[in-house]
Structure formats: C-alpha cells, structure tokens
Design a protein around this ligand. Structure first.
Ligand code: SF4
Length: 349
C-alpha cells in the first residue's frame, strides 16, 4: 500500500490507498501506523473468537437479506438456516459441548433481536432501493465504499477505503449499515444526538496540543463516518440517485450487556441498540451550505491527517504524554519501537 521515498530532500510516503482502519491506527499513534502500514510489520493478526462469531452472523444475515425475504418469519428462518450451516463448519475450540451450544444460542438470540428491531424494516428498504438502483450491488458482507480525499495545498488525491454490510432506502436517505462487535468504542458518540457541543469539543481537543484531550477512537469513528457517507454519495451518483442524502448506521452483534441468560431453562434473550453516526457527524452550518450530509471541520481535518501520513510524518512526540500512557502499554510494536525504548531508558535512568 505504501512505499517510502525521498523527494526534494524530504522523506515522503507514497500512499495510493488508505483504509479507515489504517487511519484509526494513525490516530492512536502515527509510529504504529508506520510499523503496520508502511513497514508492513505484522501484529499478532488475531482478532479473536468474538470477531469470528460476528463474521458468521454478518454472513448469515446478509445471505438471508439477499434472498429477498421481507416477512419476519421467513427472514428469521433463512438467517437461522444459514447460521446453522456456517456454525457446523466453525472450528472454534470450546471447553465443552454445552458451551458450544450456549454460544450458538447467543448468536440465534442476537439474530432474532436484529430481525425484530430493524431487520424486517431494512429488508423492505433494500427491496425499495433495489427497484431504484437498477441492479446496483446493495448487500455484502463487506460491500466496499471509498472516498476520494483532496490533500490540502497539493494537487493530489488519495482514496480512503471502508466497507458497509448492506445499503437500504429510508425515505429520501440511502443508509449504509455496518455490523460491529459492540458500540462501546464509540464512547460519547453513542449517547449524543448532535455534533454541536461535547462532540465538537472532544474532536477539536484531540488535535489541540494545548489541551489534554485525546480521543482517537471518537475521531476515528467520525472519520469513518465521513468516508462511508462520501462513499455512499459516490455510489448514489453512479446509480443515478444523486438526489438522496446518505447516512451511516452501526449495529452491534456481540454486545454481552444486551443478552440475558436463563441457565435453568437454557434460554437466551437479546436486545439490540443501533447508532446512526450521521447525527453526530453532520454540522448544521455545512449542511445549510451544501444540502449534503457533511461536516467541514471533520472533512478538513481528515484531509490534513492524510496529508501528514503522505508526508511521512510519523513522529508521536507532540502527543507523547497521552500516547505513552494510553497506547504504548498495549502496543504489539513496543519491543521494536525506538520512541518507546528511548522513553523507558530515560525513565529508568
Ligand atoms: S510503542 Fe508506543 S510509540 Fe511505539 S508504536 Fe507503539 S504506541 Fe507508538
């Protein structure tokens, strides 16, 4: 994806394409981005069993939606049947058959909660959009969307890649849906309904070295929202739907706090919360100017961060206090990181 080179005496990283995951890494620590995405050093690469189970459920739901079922029972039956087949080939190690049975029950309960909470409505929205989209691909999993970012003060653009799991119509909006393990990493974005106020403050503080503010996860989620919404806009233009506004919704599929287990009856009940990140992303000033779901502050900062990465600016020192206490302790690159080792030596000495 990237190559280091020297241009005009200044080191420069050639980035042809970036992903929202890469941006999230850089927001936590730009040196970590260099190790992972420039030097190509592999981390442990293991997302764990939760990610694998979310992937199973994501595939089962998308496959059921693809069958075009919009009736509740038919949708549940199609998704459960697909989940059962995927589960039969799932080779995760469990302590016992009881545990394996229990984890399948959790997935089935989550699947039913999804169908009851939003699945039927979204299936109908996919059907409506399919009528207008003339054969455009609407269901993933991992449906690619990308935004082309123009770099500040340069005649250059960079593609940022993201993915949604399906796209549906909700009134005049085209909505991209992404299944995630939990909503916990969203922090403030989960509990606020608009950009103005606390969200805007947390975002700007993250980049203001005069403050202690450091919230790479919140900033990363807003960048992801900007990329997904811009990618959906481009997709709508290709489908002749440029009159639609675009939205981005996340749905958690592995949130243990939303499941209730009755161990005596061996039953599991689940509930589901969804988050429309569009609400906390758009600012009404930019919306008033463009009539599109955009946020000038977020979009400009996204371009600036991408510009820094392109200029090979990976030095983490201007946020060292926060990075060393909040990011380094769990960093898989600490053993080979000169910034970290030098700080440890200074501390010991
Ligand atoms: S050890 Fe710390 S400074 Fe080094 S890459 Fe990891 S997070 Fe960044």
């Amino acid at each position: 994806m990237t190559d280091g080179s020297v241009e005009g005496g200044q080191e420069r990283s050639r980035i042809d394409a970036l992903s929202v995951d890469g941006l999230a890494t850089a927001l936590h620590c730009p040196r970590r981005f260099e190790f992972a995405h420039v030097d190509g050093l592999e981390g442990d690469g293991d997302d764990g069993p939760t990610a694998d189970r979310v992937a199973l459920l994501r595939t089962a739901i998308c496959d059921a939606l693809r069958r075009g079922e919009t009736d509740r029972e038919a949708l549940v039956e199609a998704a459960r049947g697909r989940l059962e087949a995927l589960w039969a080939d799932h080779d995760e190690r469990f302590h016992s058959r009881t545990q394996r049975r229990h984890e399948l029950r959790v997935l089935e309960a989550t699947l039913e909660a999804y169908v009851d909470r939003v699945g039927v409505e979204h299936a109908a929205g996919i059907e409506r959009l399919a009528d207008d989209a003339a054969g455009g691909e609407l269901i993933g999993p991992e449906l690619p969307v990308s935004s082309t970012v123009s770099l500040p003060d340069r005649d250059e653009t960079v593609e940022i890649d993201a993915a949604v799991d399906y796209v549906y119509a909700d009134g005049q909006s085209v909505v991209g849906v992404r299944f995630v393990p939990t909503l916990a990493p969203l922090g403030l974005l989960r509990y606020r309904s608009d950009w103005e106020g606390a969200v805007a403050e947390a975002f700007t503080d993250h980049f203001d070295t005069a403050t202690d503010g450091f919230d790479p996860t919140l900033v990363g989620a807003l960048f992801e929202t900007a990329v997904v919404i811009d990618g959906l806009r481009a997709r709508c233009e290709r489908l002749g739907l440029e009159d639609r506004t675009c939205r981005y919704v996340q749905i958690p599929l592995a949130d243990r706090s939303s499941t209730a287990v009755n161990w005596v009856r061996e039953t599991v009940e689940a509930s589901l919360e969804t988050v429309d990140l569009t609400e906390t992303y758009i600012d009404h000033h930019t919306y008033g100017m463009t009539h599109e779901h955009r946020n000038r502050t977020v979009d400009d900062r996204l371009a600036a961060v991408v510009g820094d990465l392109l200029a090979a600016e990976y030095d983490p020192t201007n946020r060292w206090t926060q990075i060393s206490s909040e990011v380094c302790p769990d960093c898989e690159y600490a053993v080979c990181c000169q910034d970290y080792i030098a700080a440890e030596v200074r501390f010991d000495g």
